[in-house]
Design a protein around this ligand. Structure first.
Ligand code: BES
Ligand code: MN
Ligand code: ZN
Length: 496
């Protein structure tokens, strides 16, 4: 996808499809276009009762009266209910329509009526992100490439005074979308390719592309042993794939402070000896989605000139059953000295995160620690597949993450660190156990387990088990990795 900006008269723009986005009962700004179309626009709109309500659509053939072959109108609904995500979803709908007529390009006419509510930069950035995200496909293993000849160029129509703000917005939207698509690619890559070694290779490449600004350190198994990472290595030891503990550091010229981003990096989660059923295992290459998010954020941090020193930490390994695998009832010692009774080897994410956190606290010493993890099925039971659970011990951090999520349209909901549930993860033989007593509140007890390893650092935990992977296609994402959290984190880091 290539995005262009044009400030010409809209009637003159040569395109397969002119996609016009309109607010409810705000069609009057189209009178110029209507007269160029000899009144056809308003008459068809009237006939088909198109008033700009949300999800309404209108199609018009121009018969050569203007530069566009077809005109599509998309309703965005009422002004007081408008949010950028509504525009993004409508752009995704437009992309579908353009593809239906085999268009290779389109022109986007912005919903000018909403400029009272949002600056042009917000609208242009939303359109840019949506064009990229909704045309993404993962077809490297297919003979028939979906994107061949399909929609390649999107032009956003702006007025001359809007041009410079729009240019900045296209740049920003492009960065956020490309970063998200990188995370999608990493999640979609099958686990026999996307191993811990592969993730380490990606990290090394990111550092190489950003010399001096981004550094990387890979801890091998022996290094992790020296550090006392018994929990992480306990998970890793069932696999023949060597574990790789990845530490990226981004150092800007001027820094407001230190933030650590930890991503769960289980490149495949079989459940280990506590083996998952085939049905539950099918999608478990997704279990490194947190790591994918962290790597993709790092790949684009420099371009956004983020004013924080950022560490990216991934304790990457594979969770396999084998003769050398950890077994239920085993007790491991984590890097901060706490012992963990491993009663279910399928609750492996928290074991790797525990040691990643201890490393962060000892080595990085950040002011803020944010983790992203496909941690529990229970979070999906609680919030459904589209909403990420957010746990935090710091109100300001939580509020800022919620604010960024609202902006990007990624759904996040705050959850409690309920003290009274702590007894559910008390162990009779170790300091803590990796699964809870009883059936309910499993996403909360998982967060409480993590809290055992964060010390007094301001921390936020995002359980992305549901939103990181789309089991069926949605407007902005095909089936597979979604890139959840990438735009959220980059936006958060840019304005925190
Ligand atoms: N990776 C899974 C969580 C998961 C499930 C992510 C579904 C995405 C979709 C995690 O390691 C896991 O297996 N969690 C267990 C924990 C249980 C054993 C306490 C779960 O949720 O069943
Ligand atoms: Mn598991
Ligand atoms: Zn897992």
């Amino acid at each position: 996808m290539n995005i262009h900006l044009k400030a010409l008269d809209v009637g003159k723009l040569e395109t397969d499809a002119l996609c016009v986005f309109v607010g409810f009962e705000n069609l009057s700004f189209l009178s110029n276009l209507d007269s160029k179309l000899s009144g056809a626009l308003f008459s068809v709109a009237k006939k088909e009762s198109f008033s700009g309500k949300r999800d309404q659509k209108l199609t018009l053939s121009t018969n050569g009266r203007i530069g566009a072959y077809k005109v599509f109108l998309f309703g965005l609904g009422r002004s007081d209910e408008f949010e950028p995500i509504i525009l993004k979803l409508a752009v995704a709908q437009a992309v579908k329509e353009v593809k239906k007529i085999h268009g290779t390009n389109c022109v986007i006419e912005l919903p000018f009526v909403f400029l009272k509510k949002y600056p042009v930069s917000t609208l242009v950035q939303s359109v840019t992100e949506a064009l990229y995200l909704s045309t993404y496909s993962f077809d490297k293993y297919k003979k028939k490439k979906e994107n061949d000849k399909s929609l390649q160029d999107g032009t956003i129509h702006v007025s001359p005074p809007q041009l410079s703000a729009a240019e900045v917005a296209v740049k920003k939207g492009t960065i956020l979308a490309k970063a998200s698509c990188m995370a999608r690619d990493l999640v979609n890559e099958p686990s026999q390719i996307c191993t811990p070694t592969y993730l380490a290779k990606i990290a090394l490449e990111i550092a190489k592309k950003n010399p001096k600004i981004i550094r990387v350190k890979i801890l091998e198994k022996e290094d992790a042993e020296k550090f006392g990472m018994g929990a992480y290595l306990g998970v890793a030891k069932g696999s023949t794939e060597p574990p790789k503990f990845i530490h990226l550091t981004y150092t800007p010229k001027r820094s407001k402070g230190k933030i650590a981003l930890v991503g769960k990096g289980i490149t495949f989660d079989t459940g280990g000896v506590s083996l998952k059923s085939a049905e539950h295992m099918e999608t478990m290459k997704l279990d490194m989605a947190g790591a994918a998010t962290v790597l993709s954020v790092f790949a684009y941090l420099t371009q956004l000139e983020i004013p924080y020193t950022v560490s990216g930490i991934i304790a990457a390994c594979e969770n396999m059953p084998s003769g050398s695998a950890i077994k239920p009832g085993d007790i491991v010692t984590s890097a901060n000295g706490k012992t963990i009774e491993v009663l279910n080897t399928d609750a492996e994410g928290r074991l790797t995160l525990a040691d990643a956190f201890s490393y962060v606290i000892k080595i990085v010493k950040p002011e803020y620690l944010i983790d992203l993890a496909t941690l529990t099925g229970a979070c999906m039971v609680a919030l459904g597949q589209d909403i990420t659970g957010l746990w935090s011990n710091n109100k300001k951090l939580q509020d800022e993450l919620m604010k960024a999520a609202k902006e990007t349209g990624e759904k996040v909901w705050p959850m409690p660190l309920e003290k009274d549930y702590k007894e559910l993860i008390e162990s009779g033989v170790a300091d803590v156990k990796n699964i809870q007593t009883g059936r309910y509140g499993g996403a909360i007890t998982a967060a409480l387990f993590l809290q055992e390893f964060v010390d007094s650092v301001s921390w936020a935990h995002l359980d992305i088990a549901g939103p990181s992977f789309a089991e069926k296609e949605t407007p902005l994402t095909p089936k597979g990795g979604t890139g959840f959290g990438v735009r959220l984190l980059l936006t958060f880091l840019g304005q925190f």
